[in-house]
Design a binder for this molecule. Sequence first.
Ligand code: NAP
Length: 251
Amino acid sequence: MFNGKVAMVTGAASGIGRSTAVELAKKGASVVISDVDKERLAETEKLISDEGGEVMSLPADVSSAGEVSGMVEETMKKYSRLDVAVNNAGIGGDLAPTADYTEEGWDRVLNINLKGQWLCMKNQIPVMLKNDGGSIVNITSILGKVGFANAPAYVAAKHGLIGLTRTAALEYSAKGVRVNAVAPAFIVTPMLEDAGLLSDPEAKQGLVDLHPIGRLGEPKEVADAIIWLASDEASFVTGHTLMVDGGYTSR
Ligand code: NAP
């Protein structure tokens, strides 16, 4: 499906990003993986190379303009093209009501979850335009569509990312770069584990109950949706946000 293509995945050391990078490699892409967590990024690299996949690790902080441009430059030096970008790196951030949220917490979430995705696109789009175009998938959230008490910065960033995705799609689709988003509901990843939401049975059941399908999602279920949007099978789809949410937003 992706033979001869180069795909970049940010936040690839963990969860949804790792699963997406592994699946892209299985489907023939040369995969550039990036994250701030170098140790777990090396684990993802090993998972891919052990299966015979082509992979290059480029640790980078997506909220740093210099590190993001360096990541795309290194990709071009090695592969001379970029066909697919999955802008996935993100954090949950602090939990507090809007009036109690700290400025520092707000800036951190917005810098990583919204500015970071813009910086990635700012560098990826020009190199895609120089070749045969490309496909970008930004990872937003159900919380890009609906509110969630005590997560004002995260909700604002994820709503913003849907608008940014639509805008970039308007600007670049006719030039060959499709831009879409995937909006997962609650997925079993370290992000939820670290927030203590999976270890407490009552908290976990409370989350499960929000999903009409009756369970939380798995990273590969999100990766499969990302891969479809990234592939030529979705050639007429752009500016779209695909809910992968077990019915969460259908209530
Ligand atoms: P995860 O397991 O925590 O993986 C995210 C990865 O991104 C981590 O390795 C993290 O490193 C890394 N990262 C954090 N800040 C970064 C930065 N500034 N630059 C580069 N990498 C950075 O989370 P996940 O659940 O797979 O989430 C992936 C994406 O899906 C996020 O955008 C998230 O908002 C979105 N999402 C997740 C869920 C869910 O329920 N899991 C639901 C909806 C949307 P550290 O661990 O060191 O921070």
